[in-house]
Design a binder for this molecule. Structure first.
Ligand code: ADP
Length: 494
Protein backbone atom coordinates (compact mmCIF):
# COMPACT_ATOMS: atom_id res chain seq x y z
CA UNK A 1 0.00 0.00 0.00
CA UNK A 2 1.24 3.46 -0.78
CA UNK A 3 1.75 6.28 1.60
CA UNK A 4 -1.18 8.62 2.21
CA UNK A 5 -0.87 12.10 0.74
CA UNK A 6 -3.92 13.53 2.44
CA UNK A 7 -6.09 12.38 5.31
CA UNK A 8 -9.42 13.84 6.35
CA UNK A 9 -9.85 14.46 10.08
CA UNK A 10 -13.53 13.88 10.80
CA UNK A 11 -13.47 15.59 14.18
CA UNK A 12 -12.84 18.86 15.99
CA UNK A 13 -11.29 20.32 19.14
CA UNK A 14 -8.29 18.83 20.88
CA UNK A 15 -8.49 15.44 19.17
CA UNK A 16 -8.48 17.02 15.70
CA UNK A 17 -5.33 18.89 16.70
CA UNK A 18 -3.81 15.68 18.09
CA UNK A 19 -4.43 13.78 14.86
CA UNK A 20 -3.22 16.78 12.88
CA UNK A 21 0.13 16.66 14.71
CA UNK A 22 0.55 12.92 14.10
CA UNK A 23 -0.20 13.40 10.39
CA UNK A 24 2.32 16.24 10.16
CA UNK A 25 4.93 14.00 11.78
CA UNK A 26 4.30 11.55 8.96
CA UNK A 27 4.44 14.33 6.30
CA UNK A 28 0.79 13.81 5.42
CA UNK A 29 -1.43 16.82 4.66
CA UNK A 30 -4.36 16.97 7.07
CA UNK A 31 -7.67 18.09 5.59
CA UNK A 32 -9.85 19.60 8.27
CA UNK A 33 -13.50 20.49 7.88
CA UNK A 34 -14.41 23.26 10.28
CA UNK A 35 -17.97 24.23 11.12
CA UNK A 36 -19.05 27.78 10.36
CA UNK A 37 -19.18 28.82 14.02
CA UNK A 38 -15.65 27.68 14.79
CA UNK A 39 -14.05 28.74 11.54
CA UNK A 40 -12.64 32.08 12.64
CA UNK A 41 -11.08 30.70 15.82
CA UNK A 42 -9.66 27.52 14.28
CA UNK A 43 -8.12 28.56 10.99
CA UNK A 44 -4.96 29.93 12.57
CA UNK A 45 -4.41 26.63 14.43
CA UNK A 46 -3.85 24.75 11.21
CA UNK A 47 -1.24 26.41 9.01
CA UNK A 48 -0.66 23.32 6.88
CA UNK A 49 -4.25 22.16 6.54
CA UNK A 50 -6.79 22.47 3.81
CA UNK A 51 -9.55 24.26 5.63
CA UNK A 52 -13.13 23.59 4.66
CA UNK A 53 -15.86 25.86 5.81
CA UNK A 54 -18.82 23.58 6.32
CA UNK A 55 -22.21 23.58 7.98
CA UNK A 56 -23.16 22.47 11.50
CA UNK A 57 -23.76 18.77 12.05
CA UNK A 58 -20.95 17.81 9.67
CA UNK A 59 -19.23 15.35 12.00
CA UNK A 60 -22.28 13.09 11.95
CA UNK A 61 -23.02 13.45 8.26
CA UNK A 62 -21.50 10.30 6.74
CA UNK A 63 -22.20 11.01 3.08
CA UNK A 64 -20.99 14.59 3.29
CA UNK A 65 -17.72 13.61 4.97
CA UNK A 66 -17.06 11.02 2.26
CA UNK A 67 -17.85 13.62 -0.41
CA UNK A 68 -15.39 16.08 1.20
CA UNK A 69 -12.73 13.37 1.42
CA UNK A 70 -13.16 12.55 -2.27
CA UNK A 71 -13.22 16.15 -3.42
CA UNK A 72 -9.98 16.78 -1.56
CA UNK A 73 -8.29 13.62 -2.74
CA UNK A 74 -7.95 12.11 0.71
CA UNK A 75 -6.94 8.46 0.82
CA UNK A 76 -8.18 7.95 4.37
CA UNK A 77 -10.38 9.35 7.16
CA UNK A 78 -9.43 9.47 10.84
CA UNK A 79 -12.61 9.68 12.95
CA UNK A 80 -10.97 10.44 16.34
CA UNK A 81 -13.36 9.60 19.19
CA UNK A 82 -17.09 10.27 19.54
CA UNK A 83 -19.15 11.27 16.48
CA UNK A 84 -18.67 8.50 13.84
CA UNK A 85 -15.66 6.79 15.43
CA UNK A 86 -17.64 3.69 16.41
CA UNK A 87 -20.12 3.70 13.56
CA UNK A 88 -19.77 0.46 11.60
CA UNK A 89 -21.97 1.80 8.81
CA UNK A 90 -19.58 4.71 8.30
CA UNK A 91 -16.58 2.37 8.24
CA UNK A 92 -18.36 0.32 5.54
CA UNK A 93 -19.33 3.39 3.56
CA UNK A 94 -15.69 4.51 3.55
CA UNK A 95 -14.64 1.13 2.22
CA UNK A 96 -17.32 1.14 -0.49
CA UNK A 97 -15.99 4.51 -1.63
CA UNK A 98 -12.37 3.41 -1.75
CA UNK A 99 -11.39 5.42 1.32
CA UNK A 100 -9.55 3.84 4.23
CA UNK A 101 -11.27 4.20 7.59
CA UNK A 102 -8.50 4.53 10.18
CA UNK A 103 -9.89 2.13 12.75
CA UNK A 104 -10.79 -1.53 13.12
CA UNK A 105 -12.87 -3.48 10.58
CA UNK A 106 -16.59 -2.61 10.52
CA UNK A 107 -17.42 -6.06 11.78
CA UNK A 108 -15.37 -5.67 14.99
CA UNK A 109 -16.94 -2.26 15.60
CA UNK A 110 -20.40 -3.74 15.22
CA UNK A 111 -19.81 -6.71 17.51
CA UNK A 112 -18.20 -4.69 20.28
CA UNK A 113 -20.51 -1.69 19.86
CA UNK A 114 -23.41 -3.78 21.11
CA UNK A 115 -22.68 -4.19 24.83
CA UNK A 116 -24.81 -7.30 25.19
CA UNK A 117 -23.12 -9.03 22.23
CA UNK A 118 -19.74 -7.95 23.62
CA UNK A 119 -20.56 -9.70 26.91
CA UNK A 120 -21.20 -12.93 25.02
CA UNK A 121 -17.91 -12.54 23.12
CA UNK A 122 -16.07 -11.93 26.40
CA UNK A 123 -17.45 -15.16 27.83
CA UNK A 124 -16.45 -16.99 24.65
CA UNK A 125 -12.92 -15.62 25.08
CA UNK A 126 -12.72 -16.85 28.67
CA UNK A 127 -13.14 -13.38 30.19
CA UNK A 128 -15.88 -12.93 32.83
CA UNK A 129 -18.25 -10.07 32.21
CA UNK A 130 -19.91 -8.30 35.16
CA UNK A 131 -22.59 -10.82 36.32
CA UNK A 132 -25.79 -10.09 34.44
CA UNK A 133 -28.33 -11.37 31.95
CA UNK A 134 -30.15 -10.61 28.74
CA UNK A 135 -33.87 -9.88 28.93
CA UNK A 136 -34.57 -11.49 25.59
CA UNK A 137 -37.19 -14.24 25.69
CA UNK A 138 -37.66 -14.06 29.47
CA UNK A 139 -41.00 -13.73 31.28
CA UNK A 140 -41.36 -11.18 34.09
CA UNK A 141 -41.09 -13.98 36.66
CA UNK A 142 -37.88 -15.23 35.11
CA UNK A 143 -36.42 -11.72 34.98
CA UNK A 144 -37.19 -11.16 38.67
CA UNK A 145 -35.73 -14.53 39.61
CA UNK A 146 -32.49 -13.79 37.74
CA UNK A 147 -32.24 -10.28 39.20
CA UNK A 148 -32.60 -11.72 42.71
CA UNK A 149 -29.96 -14.32 41.93
CA UNK A 150 -27.36 -11.68 41.03
CA UNK A 151 -28.67 -9.55 43.89
CA UNK A 152 -29.82 -5.93 44.18
CA UNK A 153 -28.73 -3.26 43.40
CA UNK A 154 -28.73 -3.98 39.68
CA UNK A 155 -27.95 -1.74 36.73
CA UNK A 156 -30.14 -1.67 33.63
CA UNK A 157 -28.10 -0.74 30.57
CA UNK A 158 -28.86 0.17 26.99
CA UNK A 159 -26.99 -2.21 24.69
CA UNK A 160 -26.10 0.67 22.39
CA UNK A 161 -25.55 3.16 25.23
CA UNK A 162 -22.41 5.22 25.67
CA UNK A 163 -20.94 8.34 27.20
CA UNK A 164 -22.39 7.42 30.58
CA UNK A 165 -25.95 7.59 29.17
CA UNK A 166 -28.56 4.86 29.14
CA UNK A 167 -27.95 3.40 32.62
CA UNK A 168 -30.47 3.00 35.46
CA UNK A 169 -29.59 1.76 38.92
CA UNK A 170 -32.36 -0.21 40.66
CA UNK A 171 -32.07 -0.78 44.40
CA UNK A 172 -35.33 -2.63 45.15
CA UNK A 173 -37.12 -5.43 43.36
CA UNK A 174 -40.46 -3.58 43.40
CA UNK A 175 -38.85 -0.86 41.25
CA UNK A 176 -37.41 -3.24 38.66
CA UNK A 177 -40.14 -3.38 36.03
CA UNK A 178 -40.97 0.29 36.12
CA UNK A 179 -37.26 0.99 35.46
CA UNK A 180 -37.08 -1.61 32.71
CA UNK A 181 -39.97 0.14 30.94
CA UNK A 182 -38.32 3.55 31.32
CA UNK A 183 -34.93 2.25 30.23
CA UNK A 184 -36.46 0.74 27.08
CA UNK A 185 -38.16 3.93 26.07
CA UNK A 186 -35.03 6.02 26.82
CA UNK A 187 -32.90 3.64 24.83
CA UNK A 188 -35.32 3.87 21.92
CA UNK A 189 -35.26 7.65 22.06
CA UNK A 190 -31.48 8.10 22.37
CA UNK A 191 -30.02 5.04 20.67
CA UNK A 192 -32.84 3.99 18.32
CA UNK A 193 -33.00 0.53 19.88
CA UNK A 194 -34.99 -1.08 22.68
CA UNK A 195 -32.17 -3.52 23.49
CA UNK A 196 -31.42 -3.39 27.19
CA UNK A 197 -29.88 -5.83 29.64
CA UNK A 198 -29.29 -6.16 33.37
CA UNK A 199 -25.96 -6.21 35.21
CA UNK A 200 -25.05 -6.49 38.84
CA UNK A 201 -24.42 -2.99 40.16
CA UNK A 202 -20.97 -3.33 41.68
CA UNK A 203 -20.96 -0.89 44.59
CA UNK A 204 -18.03 1.53 44.45
CA UNK A 205 -15.71 -0.43 42.19
CA UNK A 206 -12.65 0.80 40.33
CA UNK A 207 -12.64 1.34 36.58
CA UNK A 208 -9.40 0.01 35.12
CA UNK A 209 -8.87 -0.44 31.40
CA UNK A 210 -6.28 -2.03 29.15
CA UNK A 211 -4.90 -0.40 26.02
CA UNK A 212 -4.38 -2.89 23.24
CA UNK A 213 -3.02 -2.62 19.73
CA UNK A 214 -3.56 -5.33 17.13
CA UNK A 215 -1.20 -5.67 14.20
CA UNK A 216 -2.35 -7.19 10.93
CA UNK A 217 -1.88 -10.93 10.83
CA UNK A 218 -3.50 -11.42 14.21
CA UNK A 219 -0.90 -10.31 16.74
CA UNK A 220 -2.15 -8.14 19.60
CA UNK A 221 -0.11 -6.46 22.30
CA UNK A 222 -1.27 -4.75 25.49
CA UNK A 223 0.20 -1.52 26.79
CA UNK A 224 -0.67 -1.78 30.44
CA UNK A 225 -3.58 -0.25 32.27
CA UNK A 226 -5.18 3.10 32.93
CA UNK A 227 -6.93 3.74 36.22
CA UNK A 228 -10.02 5.80 35.35
CA UNK A 229 -11.90 5.58 38.62
CA UNK A 230 -12.32 9.29 39.32
CA UNK A 231 -15.57 10.04 37.53
CA UNK A 232 -18.48 12.42 37.61
CA UNK A 233 -21.81 11.28 36.08
CA UNK A 234 -20.09 8.00 35.11
CA UNK A 235 -17.60 10.01 33.04
CA UNK A 236 -13.87 10.00 33.69
CA UNK A 237 -12.13 13.22 34.71
CA UNK A 238 -8.74 11.99 35.98
CA UNK A 239 -6.88 9.02 34.50
CA UNK A 240 -3.52 7.62 35.45
CA UNK A 241 -1.05 4.90 34.59
CA UNK A 242 0.07 2.69 36.20
CA UNK A 243 -2.88 2.06 38.51
CA UNK A 244 -1.89 2.24 42.19
CA UNK A 245 -3.33 -1.25 42.75
CA UNK A 246 -2.12 -3.10 39.69
CA UNK A 247 1.05 -5.15 40.08
CA UNK A 248 2.82 -6.99 37.30
CA UNK A 249 0.88 -10.20 37.84
CA UNK A 250 -2.53 -8.50 37.66
CA UNK A 251 -1.35 -6.38 34.69
CA UNK A 252 -0.42 -9.50 32.79
CA UNK A 253 -3.70 -11.25 33.66
CA UNK A 254 -5.81 -8.28 32.59
CA UNK A 255 -3.62 -7.74 29.52
CA UNK A 256 -3.94 -11.32 28.40
CA UNK A 257 -7.73 -11.21 28.92
CA UNK A 258 -7.92 -8.07 26.75
CA UNK A 259 -5.78 -9.68 24.04
CA UNK A 260 -7.96 -12.83 24.04
CA UNK A 261 -11.02 -10.68 23.50
CA UNK A 262 -9.43 -8.70 20.66
CA UNK A 263 -8.33 -11.90 18.97
CA UNK A 264 -11.85 -13.37 19.11
CA UNK A 265 -13.14 -10.52 16.93
CA UNK A 266 -10.04 -10.40 14.67
CA UNK A 267 -9.33 -6.91 15.87
CA UNK A 268 -7.03 -4.46 14.07
CA UNK A 269 -5.51 -1.27 15.46
CA UNK A 270 -5.95 0.62 18.73
CA UNK A 271 -8.62 -0.44 21.17
CA UNK A 272 -9.45 -0.40 24.86
CA UNK A 273 -10.92 -3.15 26.98
CA UNK A 274 -12.62 -1.76 30.07
CA UNK A 275 -12.96 -3.64 33.35
CA UNK A 276 -14.73 -3.12 36.65
CA UNK A 277 -12.45 -4.16 39.52
CA UNK A 278 -13.82 -5.00 42.96
CA UNK A 279 -12.19 -4.64 46.41
CA UNK A 280 -10.61 -8.09 46.10
CA UNK A 281 -9.06 -7.18 42.74
CA UNK A 282 -11.42 -9.45 40.81
CA UNK A 283 -11.87 -7.91 37.38
CA UNK A 284 -14.94 -8.13 35.16
CA UNK A 285 -15.31 -7.14 31.52
CA UNK A 286 -17.36 -3.97 31.08
CA UNK A 287 -17.05 -3.06 27.41
CA UNK A 288 -14.61 -2.57 24.57
CA UNK A 289 -14.06 0.76 22.87
CA UNK A 290 -13.02 0.27 19.27
CA UNK A 291 -11.21 3.57 18.76
CA UNK A 292 -8.54 5.82 20.15
CA UNK A 293 -9.64 7.02 23.59
CA UNK A 294 -9.61 10.45 25.20
CA UNK A 295 -7.09 9.23 27.79
CA UNK A 296 -4.63 7.59 25.34
CA UNK A 297 -1.83 10.13 26.14
CA UNK A 298 -1.43 8.62 29.61
CA UNK A 299 -0.37 5.34 28.02
CA UNK A 300 1.73 7.09 25.39
CA UNK A 301 3.61 8.95 28.10
CA UNK A 302 4.39 5.93 30.25
CA UNK A 303 5.14 3.56 27.36
CA UNK A 304 6.93 6.05 25.09
CA UNK A 305 4.76 5.37 22.03
CA UNK A 306 2.58 7.37 19.63
CA UNK A 307 -0.66 5.44 19.26
CA UNK A 308 -2.20 7.79 16.70
CA UNK A 309 0.90 7.51 14.53
CA UNK A 310 0.70 3.73 14.85
CA UNK A 311 -2.93 3.85 13.72
CA UNK A 312 -2.05 5.85 10.61
CA UNK A 313 1.04 3.78 9.83
CA UNK A 314 -0.92 0.57 10.13
CA UNK A 315 -3.67 1.93 7.87
CA UNK A 316 -0.97 2.68 5.27
CA UNK A 317 0.12 -0.94 5.43
CA UNK A 318 3.42 -0.20 7.15
CA UNK A 319 4.50 -2.81 9.63
CA UNK A 320 4.55 -1.50 13.17
CA UNK A 321 5.86 -4.52 14.95
CA UNK A 322 6.57 -4.15 18.62
CA UNK A 323 7.07 -7.35 20.64
CA UNK A 324 5.17 -7.63 23.92
CA UNK A 325 8.33 -8.09 25.97
CA UNK A 326 9.62 -4.69 24.81
CA UNK A 327 6.53 -2.93 26.19
CA UNK A 328 7.42 -1.80 29.71
CA UNK A 329 6.03 1.06 31.78
CA UNK A 330 8.35 3.84 32.84
CA UNK A 331 7.39 6.38 35.53
CA UNK A 332 3.92 7.69 36.21
CA UNK A 333 1.45 9.84 34.26
CA UNK A 334 -1.80 11.51 35.29
CA UNK A 335 -4.24 13.12 32.88
CA UNK A 336 -6.66 15.86 33.94
CA UNK A 337 -9.65 16.67 31.79
CA UNK A 338 -10.10 20.41 32.06
CA UNK A 339 -13.68 21.39 31.26
CA UNK A 340 -15.65 24.61 31.00
CA UNK A 341 -18.09 23.47 33.65
CA UNK A 342 -19.30 24.36 37.10
CA UNK A 343 -18.49 21.66 39.67
CA UNK A 344 -20.62 23.47 42.25
CA UNK A 345 -23.63 23.30 39.99
CA UNK A 346 -23.61 19.56 39.35
CA UNK A 347 -20.78 19.93 36.79
CA UNK A 348 -23.10 21.68 34.35
CA UNK A 349 -21.34 22.89 31.18
CA UNK A 350 -20.36 26.54 31.35
CA UNK A 351 -19.79 27.63 27.76
CA UNK A 352 -18.46 31.06 26.86
CA UNK A 353 -15.45 32.93 25.58
CA UNK A 354 -12.00 32.20 27.01
CA UNK A 355 -10.47 35.62 27.47
CA UNK A 356 -7.05 34.49 28.52
CA UNK A 357 -5.45 31.07 28.30
CA UNK A 358 -1.93 30.47 29.61
CA UNK A 359 -0.24 27.08 29.87
CA UNK A 360 2.37 26.34 32.54
CA UNK A 361 5.88 25.80 31.24
CA UNK A 362 7.00 22.86 33.34
CA UNK A 363 9.11 19.93 32.14
CA UNK A 364 7.21 16.67 31.83
CA UNK A 365 3.87 18.32 31.06
CA UNK A 366 1.97 17.60 27.86
CA UNK A 367 -1.12 19.61 27.01
CA UNK A 368 -3.59 18.62 24.33
CA UNK A 369 -5.84 21.49 23.33
CA UNK A 370 -7.13 23.58 20.46
CA UNK A 371 -7.87 26.52 22.77
CA UNK A 372 -6.14 29.88 22.73
CA UNK A 373 -6.95 33.43 23.88
CA UNK A 374 -10.37 34.47 22.63
CA UNK A 375 -11.53 30.90 21.86
CA UNK A 376 -15.22 30.33 22.38
CA UNK A 377 -16.58 27.15 23.94
CA UNK A 378 -19.94 26.68 22.24
CA UNK A 379 -22.84 24.88 23.94
CA UNK A 380 -23.19 22.66 20.87
CA UNK A 381 -20.08 20.60 21.65
CA UNK A 382 -18.37 18.86 24.54
CA UNK A 383 -17.09 21.64 26.83
CA UNK A 384 -13.56 20.26 27.10
CA UNK A 385 -10.88 22.94 27.21
CA UNK A 386 -7.73 20.84 27.45
CA UNK A 387 -6.22 17.58 28.57
CA UNK A 388 -3.26 18.12 30.85
CA UNK A 389 -0.92 15.15 31.15
CA UNK A 390 1.72 15.27 33.87
CA UNK A 391 4.67 12.90 34.00
CA UNK A 392 7.14 12.13 36.76
CA UNK A 393 9.25 9.21 37.90
CA UNK A 394 6.73 7.98 40.50
CA UNK A 395 3.12 8.56 41.58
CA UNK A 396 3.89 10.72 44.59
CA UNK A 397 6.09 13.13 42.66
CA UNK A 398 3.62 13.14 39.82
CA UNK A 399 0.82 14.23 42.18
CA UNK A 400 3.03 16.95 43.69
CA UNK A 401 3.98 18.26 40.28
CA UNK A 402 0.34 18.12 39.16
CA UNK A 403 -0.67 20.51 41.96
CA UNK A 404 1.74 23.11 40.64
CA UNK A 405 0.67 22.49 37.06
CA UNK A 406 -3.01 23.00 37.93
CA UNK A 407 -2.11 26.12 39.92
CA UNK A 408 -0.30 27.62 37.00
CA UNK A 409 -2.78 26.74 34.28
CA UNK A 410 -4.77 29.90 33.68
CA UNK A 411 -8.15 29.92 31.96
CA UNK A 412 -9.98 33.18 32.34
CA UNK A 413 -13.49 34.03 31.20
CA UNK A 414 -15.40 30.79 31.79
CA UNK A 415 -16.01 28.65 34.87
CA UNK A 416 -13.70 25.65 34.89
CA UNK A 417 -13.11 22.52 36.98
CA UNK A 418 -9.38 23.27 37.49
CA UNK A 419 -9.71 24.00 41.22
CA UNK A 420 -11.92 20.98 41.67
CA UNK A 421 -9.36 18.70 40.00
CA UNK A 422 -6.75 20.10 42.34
CA UNK A 423 -8.94 19.38 45.37
CA UNK A 424 -9.27 15.76 44.25
CA UNK A 425 -5.52 15.18 44.16
CA UNK A 426 -5.09 17.02 47.44
CA UNK A 427 -7.33 14.53 49.23
CA UNK A 428 -5.36 12.05 51.40
CA UNK A 429 -7.35 9.11 49.98
CA UNK A 430 -6.21 10.03 46.47
CA UNK A 431 -2.62 10.20 47.61
CA UNK A 432 -2.98 6.75 49.16
CA UNK A 433 -4.49 5.44 45.93
CA UNK A 434 -7.62 4.48 47.83
CA UNK A 435 -10.06 5.14 44.99
CA UNK A 436 -13.52 4.04 43.93
CA UNK A 437 -16.07 5.38 41.47
CA UNK A 438 -18.00 6.96 44.37
CA UNK A 439 -14.96 9.09 45.35
CA UNK A 440 -16.47 12.47 44.45
CA UNK A 441 -19.72 11.77 46.28
CA UNK A 442 -17.96 10.30 49.30
CA UNK A 443 -15.58 13.21 49.81
CA UNK A 444 -17.84 16.01 48.60
CA UNK A 445 -17.43 17.88 51.92
CA UNK A 446 -13.71 18.22 51.30
CA UNK A 447 -13.84 18.63 47.53
CA UNK A 448 -16.42 21.39 47.43
CA UNK A 449 -15.19 23.36 50.45
CA UNK A 450 -14.74 27.07 49.80
CA UNK A 451 -11.03 27.49 50.26
CA UNK A 452 -10.37 31.14 49.57
CA UNK A 453 -11.77 34.37 50.82
CA UNK A 454 -10.84 36.53 47.88
CA UNK A 455 -11.77 39.92 46.56
CA UNK A 456 -12.07 38.46 43.11
CA UNK A 457 -14.23 35.45 42.60
CA UNK A 458 -12.36 32.38 43.81
CA UNK A 459 -11.62 31.32 40.30
CA UNK A 460 -10.51 34.68 38.99
CA UNK A 461 -8.13 35.13 41.90
CA UNK A 462 -6.46 31.81 41.19
CA UNK A 463 -6.33 32.42 37.49
CA UNK A 464 -5.03 35.92 37.76
CA UNK A 465 -2.49 34.91 40.36
CA UNK A 466 -1.28 32.20 37.99
CA UNK A 467 -0.94 34.69 35.17
CA UNK A 468 0.93 37.09 37.45
CA UNK A 469 3.30 34.38 38.52
CA UNK A 470 3.88 33.16 35.00
CA UNK A 471 4.52 36.59 33.65
CA UNK A 472 7.12 37.03 36.38
CA UNK A 473 5.36 39.94 38.03
CA UNK A 474 5.23 38.55 41.53
CA UNK A 475 4.68 35.75 43.91
CA UNK A 476 1.21 34.34 44.41
CA UNK A 477 1.33 34.21 48.20
CA UNK A 478 2.58 37.77 48.43
CA UNK A 479 0.00 39.32 46.18
CA UNK A 480 -3.07 37.42 47.32
CA UNK A 481 -5.51 39.91 48.85
CA UNK A 482 -3.66 42.89 47.44
CA UNK A 483 -6.14 43.99 44.84
CA UNK A 484 -3.97 46.66 43.26
CA UNK A 485 -1.24 44.20 42.57
CA UNK A 486 -3.44 42.11 40.30
CA UNK A 487 -3.74 43.07 36.69
CA UNK A 488 -7.29 44.06 35.84
CA UNK A 489 -9.41 41.61 33.91
CA UNK A 490 -9.58 44.15 31.09
CA UNK A 491 -5.81 43.75 30.68
CA UNK A 492 -6.46 40.29 29.38
CA UNK A 493 -9.21 41.09 26.96
CA UNK A 494 -8.19 40.15 23.42
P1 ADP B 1 -20.49 4.07 28.81
O1 ADP B 1 -20.27 3.24 27.59
O2 ADP B 1 -21.79 4.81 28.79
O3 ADP B 1 -19.31 4.93 29.18
P2 ADP B 1 -19.72 1.96 30.66
O4 ADP B 1 -20.33 0.62 30.58
O5 ADP B 1 -18.34 2.11 30.08
O6 ADP B 1 -20.70 3.04 29.99
O7 ADP B 1 -19.68 2.46 32.16
C1 ADP B 1 -19.34 3.76 32.53
C2 ADP B 1 -19.14 3.83 34.03
O8 ADP B 1 -20.36 3.47 34.71
C3 ADP B 1 -18.12 2.87 34.59
O9 ADP B 1 -16.81 3.37 34.52
C4 ADP B 1 -18.59 2.73 36.04
O10 ADP B 1 -18.23 3.84 36.81
C5 ADP B 1 -20.09 2.72 35.89
N1 ADP B 1 -20.60 1.35 35.73
C6 ADP B 1 -20.86 0.69 34.58
N2 ADP B 1 -21.30 -0.56 34.82
C7 ADP B 1 -21.30 -0.71 36.15
C8 ADP B 1 -21.66 -1.78 37.04
N3 ADP B 1 -22.13 -2.93 36.57
N4 ADP B 1 -21.54 -1.57 38.36
C9 ADP B 1 -21.11 -0.37 38.84
N5 ADP B 1 -20.76 0.65 38.09
C10 ADP B 1 -20.85 0.50 36.76
Amino acid sequence: MSKFKRVLIANRGEIAKRIYNALRDLSITPVIPIVEKEFAQCRTCYPYAVLLKVEDGIFLNKEKLIEIAKENECQAIHPGYGFLAENAEFARLCEQNGIIFIGPPANSIELMGHKETARVIAEKSGVSPVPGFSLKGLTEDEILKKAKEIGFPVLIKASLGGGGKGMRRVDKEEELFENIRMAKSESKEYFASEDIFVEKYVVNPRHIEIQIFSFPGGRTVYLGERECTIQRRHQKIIEESPSPIVDEKLRNEMGEAAVALADTVSYVGAGTVEFIVDRDKNFYFLEMNTRIQVEHPVTETVYGVDLVKWQVQEAMGLVVNVPQDKIKPNGHAIEFRVYAEDPENNFMPSPGKILRYVEPKIPGVRIETAVRDGYEIFPDFDPMIAKVIVFDSNREDCIEKSKRVLNELAVLGVKTNIDFLKSVIEHPAFLKGDLDTGFIEKYSGFLFAEKRDAKFSKEEAVLLASVVEKEGKGNVEKVEGDKDYFPQISDWLP
